[in-house]
Design a protein around this ligand. Structure first.
Ligand code: HEC
Length: 443
């Protein structure tokens, strides 16, 4: 339909009955408009009014809303403040949907982890409970975000009825101004209150600088989606399945060809690995073995009694000569013991540390040895053996050599000895002076 872009204010707003303008279709009514319309004009879709400023648009929107219209919309080149309220648009329910989506995500995330870790395939990780909320928070958080985002994204599309590639107002040339300087208000004919004459009058009285009728295309064929779009959709869908088909084929078949290397420089680095062939050397080995007369840094274990608790292949019963057993050493040992050993063996060494108690409670029975009970045998073990247990572990107890330096291991040995001794101390073990000091200076 043709539109006269140069309609000025008076012309447009004075479009009364009889002043039929084929150019604008501004006639006295639906039937009249039809009679004078081009053959490609179908049903009346609605009327479009243009306003000269955002303020005028807001005022008009309020007026149209107050007149009881519901099926109308405003179009502007930029967001106009207050237009939602003027149009009577309620706050979107999207936040509620997103909240529900998020909660669903939390629930599904936790359910998945519960099913995998606590139900279908229980997995004992160092005696920890198979199900514990804190451990599952990160994944639960992620799934919450995931579903919230999906709900936001798709909810926004659905609530806005997107994607909408075409709108009947596109048939009016005037409507193109809406991306530049046009402030438009369109009322749809399907609105219960719509009346071609009255509605236009209303818009004119609301300050419209132009009012136009908009007709749908008469030919049904023109309102259909072009066939080529269906073709494009089918082709892209089919193409999108190709990678999946390739992956499936790769998984289900065997091939002698080498793998594809997407990151070649990561897969093939210019370095030798110990078991690789290497023609640089006569024996063809990359691994050159230990070079006689050398040791790795920090591996100087000449003093086996200090480094391993061994002397001539036997556990030492005393302390290495370089370790001076002093009050400071015991203090250090106590502190290290309480950090590294007490969680399992307990501060008193009786094997009732937090980890032990907890593991008993959840039925995962991890029983740390009682270090101070003569019946449990640690008391009679040589110092070297105790040192070795700390370094390398024993049965189900792992070694702490990697965490605790040698000197601290000896400090712990000394402290464990003191701990054992303390359980069987008699008053006579102290001198009179020590006893009175310990009792608070009273004899
Ligand atoms: C994670 C818990 C845990 C921690 C921490 C731990 N232990 Fe143990 N320890 C055990 C358990 C369990 C056993 C019993 C191992 C077995 O016989 O299966 C044990 C056994 C021992 C034994 C007896 C070894 C033997 O020959 O029978 C000694 C000694 C010992 N621990 C010392 C220590 C010292 C010292 C520390 C601190 C550096 C320490 N443990 C830290 C769990 C622990």
């Amino acid at each position: 339909m043709e539109t006269n872009e140069n309609n000025d204010h008076d012309e447009a707003t004075s479009a009364h009955a009889g002043e039929t303008s084929p150019a604008t279709g501004s006639t006295s009514g639906h039937d009249g408009a039809r009679a004078s319309s081009n053959s490609d004009e179908g049903e009346l879709y609605g009327v479009l009014a243009e306003f000269d400023s955002p303020g005028a648009l807001v005022k008009a929107a309020r007026k149209v809303k107050d007149a009881g219209y519901g099926d109308f919309d405003c179009y502007s080149p930029f967001p106009v403040h207050g237009i939602d309220e003027a149009m009577g648009i309620k706050r979107t329910i999207l936040p509620v949907l997103v909240f529900c989506g998020g909660i669903t995500g939390t629930f599904l995330g936790f359910l998945l982890q519960w099913y995998c870790n606590a139900s279908a395939w229980q997995w004992n990780v160092a005696g920890k409970p198979v199900w514990s909320i804190p451990a599952n928070v990160p994944i639960g958080f992620e799934t919450t975000i995931l579903l919230s985002v999906f709900t936001t994204f798709f909810g926004m599309w659905i609530l806005n009825k997107l994607p909408q590639v075409w709108h009947p107002f596109f048939r009016l040339d005037r409507f193109t101004k809406v991306t530049d300087d046009g402030f438009m208000l369109g009322i749809e004919a399907k609105d219960g209150r719509f009346d071609a004459v009255e509605t236009k009058k209303l818009l004119e009285s609301a300050g419209a600088i132009a009012v136009e009728e908009c007709y749908l295309d008469a030919s049904p064929a023109n309102t259909k989606m072009p066939m080529f779009i269906y073709g494009v959709i089918i082709c892209t869908t089919a193409l999108a399945l190709v990678p999946f088909a390739l992956v499936y084929k790769a998984r289900a078949s065997h091939s002698k060809d080498p793998h594809y290397h997407i990151f070649g420089d990561m897969d093939f680095q210019a370095k030798v690995k110990s078991d690789q062939y290497n023609d640089l050397f006569a024996d063809g080995r990359s691994n050159r073995g230990e070079i006689s007369g050398t040791i790795p840094r920090g591996w100087l274990n000449d003093d086996t009694s200090y480094a391993q608790g061994l002397e001539n292949g036997a556990w030492i019963t005393s302390f290495p000569t370089s370790v001076e057993v002093s009050r400071d050493l015991l203090r250090r040992g106590k502190q290290r013991y309480e950090i590294y050993c007490s969680p399992c063996h307990g501060v008193d060494g009786r094997g009732a540390g937090m980890v032990a108690v907890r593991s008993q409670k959840i039925g995962q029975g991890i029983l740390p040895r009682n270090l101070v009970d003569p019946g449990a045998g640690v008391i009679t073990q040589p110092n070297g053996q105790l040192f070795n247990t700390i370094s390398n572990g024993n049965n189900t107890m792992m070694g702490y050599g990697a965490q605790i330096p040698v000197a601290d291991r000896w400090a712990i040995v000394a402290y464990v000895r003191a701990l054992e001794r303390s359980q069987f101390a008699a008053g006579t073990d102290l001198t009179d002076a020590e006893r009175s000091a310990a009792m608070g200076a009273t004899p």
